[in-house]
Design a protein around this ligand. Structure first.
Ligand SMILES: [Zn+2]
Length: 183
């Protein structure tokens, strides 16, 4: 009888150990999930498989090389994220509108205006290296797609970093996780 009670107690202890391990594992998983750097901004495109952009072909402000650089940078979202397909639009009824204000300083490389779905490039952008010009374009398109700036400690794996550059003109690991989570 005594032996049996002790055995029961031992079983209960083992069970408690297993439950504790499970709870710790769940806590760890939840922490891992919340530790994602990406942040969503509450915006999203209507159809991620049909994201359109309008860009000037030759507007007398940006050079054809600069326009091409922005267009190919935006298209990198479809290269790296299977959820996204990008198409050129012939009208300004598009998911995003590319505009160049390279004679206006505005104290910014570029700004995304959600109301008009416009990505505007400003004078400081012109003095960036080519890869940084493109990284800026990828970043702004990320805002249109629904990504906010990432948590700073993850800057090296996110084109959505708030400040500075990775000198990589494409979405990175954390950006891809954000898009996969959103769409
Ligand atoms: Zn930004």
């Amino acid at each position: 009888m005594i032996h049996s009670v002790q055995k029961d107690k031992k079983e209960v202890r083992e069970k408690m150990k297993r439950i504790t391990s499970l709870i710790l594992l769940l806590c760890f998983m939840m922490f891992s999930l919340s530790a994602n750097a990406y942040q969503l901004n509450g915006h999203r495109v209507v159809n991620p498989q049909y994201v359109t952009y309008w860009a000037p072909t030759n507007d007398g402000i940006a050079t054809p090389t600069e326009i091409d650089a922005v267009v190919s940078a935006i298209s990198s979202w479809q290269v790296h994220c299977p959820e996204i397909k990008i198409f050129r639009s012939n009208t300004i009824n598009a998911s995003m509108i590319i505009d160049f204000y390279l004679d206006v300083d505005n104290d910014a490389y570029a700004v995304t205006y959600f109301n008009s779905k416009e990505i505007a490039f400003y004078k400081p952008w012109r003095s960036l290296s080519m890869v940084r010009k493109q990284e800026t374009a990828v970043h702004e398109a990320g805002h249109i797609l629904g990504l906010e700036h990432c948590q700073p400690q993850y800057n090296s794996e996110a084109v959505m970093r708030k400040d500075g550059f990775n000198d990589l003109a494409c979405p990175l690991a954390d950006d891809k996780r954000g898009i996969a989570a959103l769409y």
